[in-house]
Design a protein around this ligand. Structure first.
Ligand SMILES: Cc1ncc(COP(=O)(O)O)c(C=O)c1O
Length: 366
């Protein structure tokens, strides 16, 4: 027997593209000097974050399993958002909730993605045995509700909308998102991973609708990417199905404790978010002065940049930056994003180093 023959064709297709790829390369990344490829938030103060972590770990007896299904964090989040506990679920990152949505609600059906977007929607849908259908955003990076609604068919089970969208950075219009929620009669997953850096959130309104699940994360604005904690808000019916499918101990005790402490210190974290937005403005202004590129306005903690000058591609630029010790994400392979790369807004020193090396990479191209 060949073990590969045990895997279903659709699943093999989605895994085949990833098998072996990136893993060993990624293993060495943490040692690299400047990491601006994962949209982590280095503008969260390291020593403040360490204090939170120490208190959370002191309160943890690691000999015991964590409170089931993130229950400790769940209480803190539902109080903070002003919702009932059956309207919120906590996951091992919002990634875990996406995985559960694909397994529970998409299954062998179809998920609609608004492209170009976060690649994991496609991945989890494929892994669950489903198919993905794509709808493109408009040239100015807006989502048109009419385009999404006309792509819905009888196989469509879930529509994934990322707003602010990764990697374009733009938050979609609230009216367009709500039209899809109200008129599609499908489950809408609104991924708000970057919403703390943007003008509005629908999290507090999610439970008004029977078919809207809003996802949030502690990995970005709150700088807890390494702890893996995220949450979903929606009607109790959506939440209870997902929670039923979740493994009992996926959210660890320290992450749950830290989540509670972070929410108790909300004001301090608001100041880190403010700083990130200021730094985004600064980086944007610097990028506007670099020849041969076009940066796009962002509502997130990253900026999408199109390489337009010389005969260089975004892939070349990413390689040149890598050899200068800077990791950014080439997005040139995504639809509509030829020659685009994505850079995370980081601390001033890293941002300046990035701009300097980007200028060098562009000069080398002409
Ligand atoms: C749009 C989007 N959604 C979800 C995630 C996953 O976040 P988490 O760390 O909560 O799993 C990311 C991470 O980069 C993201 O970009």
């Amino acid at each position: 027997m060949n073990v590969s023959d045990l895997i279903e064709d659709g699943v093999k297709e989605i895994l085949g593209a990833r098998k072996g790829r990136q893993f060993y390369e990624r293993l060495s990344e943490p040692e690299r000097a400047v990491r601006m490829n994962l949209n982590e938030n280095m503008l969260v103060d390291r020593s403040f974050s360490s204090t939170i972590l120490m208190e959370a770990s002191e309160n943890t007896d690691a000999r015991r399993y964590p409170v089931v299904k993130g229950g400790l964090a769940l209480k803190a989040i539902s109080e903070n958002v002003g919702l009932w506990e059956d309207e919120v679920m906590v996951g091992n990152g919002s990634d875990e909730i996406l995985d559960l949505v694909a397994k529970v609600f998409v299954g062998r059906g179809e998920g609609l993605v608004v492209d170009p977007t976060f690649e994991m929607y496609r991945f989890y849908v494929g892994l669950a045995g489903g198919r993905t259908k794509q709808v493109l955003i408009s040239k100015n990076f807006e989502m048109e509700a009419d385009d999404v609604l006309s792509a819905v068919n009888e196989r469509t089970k879930v529509i994934f909308i990322c707003s602010p969208n990764n990697p374009t950075g733009k938050q979609f219009s609230k009216d367009e998102v709500l039209r899809v929620v109200e008129e599609s009669d499908r489950l809408i997953v609104l991924d708000e991973a970057y919403v703390d850096f943007a003008p509005y959130s629908l999290a507090r309104e999610a439970t008004k609708y029977h078919n809207l699940l809003v996802l949030r994360t502690f990995s970005k604005a709150f700088g807890l990417a390494g702890l893996r904690i995220g949450y979903g808000v929606g009607s109790s019916e959506i939440i209870e199905w997902l929670r039923a499918a979740q493994s009992p101990f996926s959210v660890n005790s320290v992450a749950q404790g830290a989540c509670r402490l972070v929410l108790e210190n909300r004001r301090v974290y608001d100041s880190f978010v403010k700083k990130t937005i200021e730094e985004r403005r600064y980086l944007m202004a610097e990028l506007e002065m670099v020849n041969g590129i076009k940066p796009f306005e962002s509502d997130a903690n990253f900026i999408l940049i199109k390489v337009i000058g010389g005969d260089v591609t975004s892939e070349d630029v990413c390689k040149r930056l890598r050899s200068a010790g800077i990791e950014v994400r080439d997005r040139g392979n995504l639809p509509m994003l030829k020659n685009c790369l994505r850079v995370t807004v980081a601390e001033r020193e890293s941002n300046l180093k990035f701009v300097k090396e980007l200028e060098k990479a562009m000069k080398g191209s002409s």
